[in-house]
Unconditional design. Sequence first.
Lengths: 308, 174
Amino acid sequence: MFLKMFLNWSRNLLTSNRGANETTTTTITETIPTAIAEALLVMEEKDVILPLCTRVDFSGQPGIIHQTPFIDKLASEADESLANQAVDSGTYQAASSATVTNYGATVFLKELAMLGSTSDMMAVVGQIIGNCIVTKRDTTLAALFTSFTQNEGGANTDITPADLFGAYNFLRKKNQPTPFNLVLYPGHIWGTVGLINMFANVADASHFSYAAGAGQGSVGEDFMRNGFSGRVFGFDLYTDSNIVVTSNNASGAAFSPRGLKYVSKRGLKFVILENGPEVGWQITGTEMFGTAMLEDNAGVEMQFNPET
Amino acid sequence: MEKTKKNGEANELALLQTRISELEIKNKELAEQNKAITGSSLEQIRIASKKNRKDASGIRYKEVIEYVPLKLYHVSGVNIGKVVGPMHPDNAEDTFMRFAGKGIKLSINPPTEAEIEKYKQTEEFKALDVKEKKRRDGRTRSRKESEVDRLTKAIGTMTGGRVVNAIKEQSQVK
């Protein structure tokens, strides 16, 4: 009998496709709770343009419209024309006005969501609101690029070295203070018809003429080594994905710090209200600021094909 | 007698087989009917569940904005139809005046395709287009023209106007 049992057991062990200690996976997974990692927020472009603008602190002062008047310069000592006197009527541009408004977001966070999450949902909500405000600020400033009257590019036009030198020429002629900043959509730089093609060491239709003869140069090597170059054609180069693309057109800008104005009335503030009937919290985060083009001659729209 | 018995058995067998196939068909029909009922009931439950969801664990989110951003459109010039903005209404007003001072017309209403086509037939547009093309040609030349192109053009000029199409490597010269 024992021999028979032993033979049955060894037969099962040797012929069955299950080991002695194995069990079905179904049973195991039912007893293991699902582990959820902390959620990742979607990445956004943040605050590229703000550091490049003229910043005005409007806090603690009355009013919600900040105006910057302009005064004409004197042509020369010998010019006695009334139009060139440095008083009222000699302004070449109307005052730049920025109207301060409230920007932000409100989030309703249910207690159930908070208790059911492995992340600290309050912190996540704060991050969502902060991201929203920062992106909104960058988007608002980027949208002002199209309000410069000088445009070096055009519809469905590929960027060329002469366009960049044209922008540099314009800013120099208007005696604008440096640094000159160039903010472009990523496709303007790394696209198939972008800036990087100007530094290719090939004799084809997409390079700056001197590169073919002399090699890609140190700027080209920067692109090859780091994927980016901080300075090109006299400009500090920045890339901003918040620039809007519409049917093969995207408008970046080359500008001096006098090109755009950012007026801050009140910094970031959070208000949290507990909502009993809805069993949760209403969290509102806002900033008060205004943006405007400051000086028209301090900026050049760079409207080009952003082909990727 | 044995023959009759065998015939009887064969008949019974045939009857049984017929009955079995009938039952199989009916079984299949019942199973499909059940599936349809189950499927439609399950679908109805799912639809009702979505409709009646209270979103108990959801997070509602709304942006705070106190103005409607305005877009302006070029209604003349080579950039007709181009968007300016969107921006704050006060900025839109200032932009309108600034562009007007430079002779560029903007409008809050986008020009229609018909209006754009009509404008492109005007003398004003044709003159501006010629000027813009000349400007772009000059700019694009800096991008397209290589040392080789300039060399071939120079050779062509020196040899009486024919542009050399290609410059051969030493190994290619026979």
